[in-house]
Design a protein around this ligand. Structure first.
Ligand code: SF4
Length: 313
């Protein structure tokens, strides 16, 4: 029905591969420290959307080894992705970035994955990663938050960048032959189904490699939480989210691997999270509906390479 990232990894590396999250204490975000704005994205909490991580006071190597020991024991895992997850990891001095990413070059690491914002991409950081790729034969993935192609919604959630910065960032990253993973929030209350479709088309034509779909959750003590309490918007019903995920997948290039179709958020930190249901139950509901309605990823991927034309002459 859709191309699952876990299967993609298994095919590529010959066995299951696990992500090891890393936090850096120096990382911040230009959308929080005043460089672009002080407020940050309206939904952003204190941890910069990385609540599952170990303490940033541990070194990169310590975090990797600790997580690796735990995951190896639990799943008998042998291959890993070093995942720099919190905040914007290409928004630190380049000498520190170089030190940290090089610490992540360990024998059983197959990919270094860097989460950041589209407006924090520049060649100084990419050249450091290129050296690692060339010298150690590792894959490099850059995770970009786009959230939606609707630049008016991007403004409403105070992303601090528009669609153009995302397009430019993907083009630069692709010129290095790195992978791109794009984060999308599919139930932003200001987006319509047309925005969902356009977002799927944009990430497909830009040849992003992976997507990570999330449902919007409302973390306590955020700007979004205040707006929610003041009834400035209401959350869409679960059925809408399910329909948007399926429509998104139908328009998506079938070659793109899906890292997640629903995110996870701990209930104790949120006012609203996944309609009070577990993420895996929602995943099951999406898959069930796709099966019942014979819908699948790429079913409506008919808009590239001249395929949208009805007649050619
Ligand atoms: S880009 Fe990420 S870290 Fe920065 S404000 Fe937005 S959600 Fe928070």
């Amino acid at each position: 029905m859709y191309k699952e990232y876990s299967k993609y990894l298994k095919e590529k590396y010959g066995e299951k591969v696990y992500k090891l999250p890393i936090s850096l204490k120096e990382t911040n975000c230009p959308n929080r420290d005043g460089n672009i704005s002080f407020g940050g994205c309206t939904y952003c909490g204190d941890e910069g959307v990385g609540f599952e991580n170990l303490s940033a006071n541990l070194s990169v190597k310590e975090q990797l080894l600790k997580n690796k020991e735990f995951i190896s024991k639990k799943y008998k895992a042998k291959k890993f992705i070093a995942y720099f997850q919190s905040y914007s990891n290409t928004y630190i001095p380049t000498h520190l970035f170089k030190k940290y990413v090089n610490e992540a070059v360990l024998d059983d690491i197959v990919d270094i994955s860097i989460s950041t914002r589209p407006d924090c991409i520049n060649e100084d950081y990419l050249n450091i990663l290129k050296d690692i790729k060339d010298n150690h034969n590792l894959d490099i993935t850059i995770e970009l938050g786009l959230q939606t192609a609707n630049y008016k919604t991007l403004n409403k959630i105070n992303r601090g960048h528009t669609l153009a910065e995302y397009i430019e960032a993907v083009n630069i990253i692709k010129s290095y032959n790195f992978n791109v993973c794009t984060h999308i929030i599919l139930n932003l209350p200001w987006d319509t189904i047309e925005d969902t479709i356009e977002t799927a088309k944009i990430v497909s034509v830009l040849k992003t490699d992976f997507v990570k779909l999330h449902a919007l959750y409302i973390e306590k003590n955020t700007i979004l939480a205040k707006q929610y309490i003041n009834n400035e918007f209401s959350m869409l019903p679960l059925d809408d989210y399910i329909e948007k995920v399926i429509t998104f997948l139908e328009y998506l290039d079938p070659k793109i691997a899906i890292q997640r179709i629903i995110g996870r958020a701990p209930e104790e930190f949120t006012l609203f999270s996944n309609w009070g249901m577990s993420w895996w139950k929602i995943k099951e509901m999406i898959e069930q509906k796709m099966k019942e309605e014979s819908r699948f990823q790429g079913r409506l991927f008919t808009y590239t390479n001249g395929k949208a034309l009805k007649k050619f002459d």
